[in-house]
Ligand binder design. Structure first.
Ligand code: HEM
Length: 503
């Protein structure tokens, strides 16, 4: 292979060096332009495709890379590897945002602020996708789209509508706690550096003895909380729509790296049964007097992305993304969000959004997902694309299994679909279909088709695979098994012996 050719000459996207970037080729100096001037098509066509859908909420935002450093040992609560040693450092990417405004809206609007952090851990990416408030307006995900509609534009006037907002809030008294915070000056923080962040939901931590506690995450700004008054925020809106973006970008450019201290509140499973509020209700905080803050570590943001679109616009955070030692809780809102975000990403960025550099797990990813638009990571090469298979060495690691949740009368867990209660009889119904429903001709054809299809099995595991499948045919119907075996040239006695060995 020849060396990659590097140059700084103007070229098309496919690398053809091109001579002219100002004038389109034309028939004479004043004549019509020629269709063959391909660079004109390419420029216009790519330009027409520059926009991707903006986030349906949190569309206006700013992001930066940084480092999370553990300062206190919390391993008695969690086995999460990112917390397993004081001094341990993990790369992060954080994105802050307003909620209701479009991508071009002003940074100083009265609104909660998004506070999303992606930790690139060796056990996968962990996304803590919270806000700058510890609570939220609603407590059931079914109300989320209704609520957001009230924060966006009126379908008739196409303007923001305080009527819609207050109509909804007044009909939903559970919103009062959050509305109160929103109406305070915390509704207009002075940029992103001067606000706290919260995981908001209750999550769980699991230690190496598989003991679970409930947890809340808090990021406390080391810059101190600072807010704009209503007047200051309105004034800033007319002076600089991008105040928070500029403030964060310039602070990092100047080496004035913003920091947050991560702390947790912990509640035991027993305490959760006794407290006089629902600890999984997102409209409630946990009193600090009863559940004091415990230090965990420090997050520092120290690198601006080189390209905003690549890293910030294409960032995809999901509460679904947890790691070993950190898990969900029964909070209904959290449960709703587990489903919603990856769905939004597939729509906004495509099925292979996890391959975009800012979203990619820098450690191993092994699975049987393949293909789709814009698959550019090698597509797992020639490895098998199905499971189970007899070829690869990808393992299921049971040591990562979470303890089951005790929900009173009901136990949430993963149940084996092939257990007795799940249904472990794979043979009676096919047997009845073959023997009792099929005509003689259909039976013969089915056997012939099966022989034909199974004849395609090849490679070093050929006999193993054929014998395994023959065992199933025999269990269904001995005549079927024997005839397929015969058609494949297999010694039936050997197969029977193998089958008996498997019992
Ligand atoms: C059931 C309730 C909720 C649903 C269905 C929901 C749904 C969504 C969706 C679809 C996005 C856009 C994702 C994208 O296109 O990348 C989003 C963004 C976001 N949401 Fe929610 N959300 C909910 C509640 C919350 C709550 C309670 C919080 C905070 C505590 C929150 C924080 C965020 C943040 C920070 C972002 C922006 C993430 C980023 O920077 O890319 N959301 N949400």
């Amino acid at each position: 292979m020849s060396e990659e050719r590097k140059h700084n000459k103007l070229s098309t996207a496919s690398g053809r060096i091109y001579v002219e970037n100002d004038n389109t080729k034309s028939v004479g100096p004043r004549g019509p332009i020629l269709l063959e001037d391909y660079i004109l098509h390419e420029k216009m066509a790519h330009f027409n495709r520059e926009r991707i859908p903006e986030r349906v909420v949190h569309a206006k935002g700013s992001g930066a890379f940084g480092t999370f450093t553990v300062t206190n040992d919390i391993s008695k609560y969690t086995k999460a590897k990112l917390f397993n040693k004081v001094g341990k450092k993990t790369k992060v990417f954080a994105r802050f945002s307003t909620v209701g405004g479009e991508k071009g809206s002003a940074d100083t609007e009265r609104d909660p602020r998004g506070f999303a952090v992606k930790f690139y851990t060796e056990d996968g990416n962990w996304d803590l996708v919270g806000n700058n408030t510890p609570i939220f307006f609603i407590k059931d995900p079914k109300k989320f789209s209704d609520f957001i509609h009230t924060q966006k534009r009126d379908p008739y006037t196409n303007m923001k509508s305080p009527t819609m907002m207050w109509d909804f809030w007044s009909l939903m008294p559970e919103s009062l706690h959050q509305v109160l915070i929103l109406m305070s000056d915390r509704g207009t923080p002075k940029g992103f550096r001067h606000m706290n962040g919260y995981g908001s939901h209750t999550f769980s931590l699991i230690n190496d003895k598989n003991e679970k506690v409930w947890v809340k995450f808090h990021f406390k700004t080391a810059q101190g909380v600072q807010n704009f008054t209503d007047e200051e925020a309105a004034e800033m809106k007319s002076k600089d729509m991008d105040f928070s973006q500029r403030d964060l970008l310039e602070a990092i450019e100047n080496g004035n790296f913003p920091k947050w201290n991560l702390k947790i509140q912990v509640m035991s499973l027993e305490e959760a049964k006794k407290v006089d509020f629902n600890p999984f209700d997102l409209t409630k905080v946990w009193p600090h007097a009863d559940f004091p803050l415990i230090d965990v570590g420090e997050m520092e943001l120290n690198k601006n992305p080189d390209n905003y679109f690549q890293d910030v616009e294409q960032a995809a955070f999901a509460p679904a993304h947890i790691v070993d030692g950190v898990s969900y809780s029964p909070d209904k809102m959290l449960q709703g969000r587990i489903l919603s975000y990856p769905d939004a990403h597939r729509y906004r960025l495509g099925a292979n959004y996890e391959q975009i550099p800012v979203n990619r797990c820098p450690f191993a990813v092994n699975n049987y997902e393949r293909d789709g638009f814009m698959r550019v990571d090698g597509n797992q090469g020639s490895k098998p694309n199905y499971f189970p298979n007899s070829f690869d060495d990808i393992e299921i690691d049971n040591s990562y299994k979470e303890p089951s949740d005790d929900l009173g009368d009901h136990i949430a867990d993963w149940y084996d679909r092939n257990s007795k209660v799940g249904g472990n009889d794979h043979y009676s119904q096919p047997r009845a279909l073959f023997r009792d429903v099929m005509s003689k001709e259909e039976q013969d054809n089915t056997i012939k088709n099966t022989i034909g299809a199974m004849s395609g099995i090849s490679g070093p595991k050929k006999d193993e695979i054929i014998n395994r499948q023959l065992c199933h045919w025999f269990r269904m119907d001995e005549e079927f098994g024997a005839r397929v075996a015969e058609g494949l040239g297999v010694n039936v006695n050997a197969v029977m012996a193998a089958m008996n060995g498997a019992h």
